[in-house]
Design a protein around this ligand. Sequence first.
Ligand SMILES: Cc1cc2nc3c(=O)[nH]c(=O)nc-3n(C[C@H](O)[C@H](O)[C@H](O)COP(=O)(O)O)c2cc1C
Length: 213
Amino acid sequence: MVPIYNRFSLPPAYGSPSIARQGSNIIGIVPQDVRHVVAMTGASGIPYGVRLLRSLPGEKILVMSEMAKRILPTETDLTVADVESMADEVYQDDDLFAPIASGSYKHDGMVICPCSESTLGKIASGIADTLITRAASVCLKEGRQLVIVPRETPLSQIMIENELRVSRAGGIIVPASPAFYNKPKTVDDMVDFVVGKVLDRMGVDNHLFQRWA
Ligand SMILES: Cc1cc2nc3c(=O)[nH]c(=O)nc-3n(C[C@H](O)[C@H](O)[C@H](O)COP(=O)(O)O)c2cc1C
């Protein structure tokens, strides 16, 4: 199925969009060559990141922090190579020479899923000493979409303030908080709810969860 985007007001950074039709009705815009950066850090919730990588249409550039790679086998049956094979390009978190470290490299947005409080705190403070934090910092300074999916509980005041600072700087905070009003039957249902909400906030149409009628 062709991915349909509902970002009518946000033209893609690449190529010219084509019109998606259902019969004679225009139902969306399908950007050609849409490109996202997907980062995973060392928070619990790696399955959210994997599902996101699988669900996101277009070109995907992946960066996993070292802690994300270490937590991966504790939460999934996948290897790092398995996850990397889901992306079009892969960079290491210490590679600050990678294209996404530069504001001149264009893409359609970055999502950090899951995002550790450590990475969130660095972004909130303007620290950019890893590829993930540098690419996120670049998104904020260039006015590009930055979606952050923190997973921690309970939260200290410092963590809450960090989320507020990033939000005020233009970042979008989508906590990994599964809902129960849709009566999830499996863990996958709960993962899909969170990932569906992330995709919604990114402007990517999806049917990963049952919407409130
Ligand atoms: C098994 C495991 C689970 C963790 N879960 C979380 C978590 O849910 N949220 C969080 O903020 N940190 C969590 N941490 C701590 C981070 O991994 C740690 O702060 C690390 O420095 C984050 O590095 P990174 O942001 O570069 O990936 C966890 C650590 C381990 C070992």
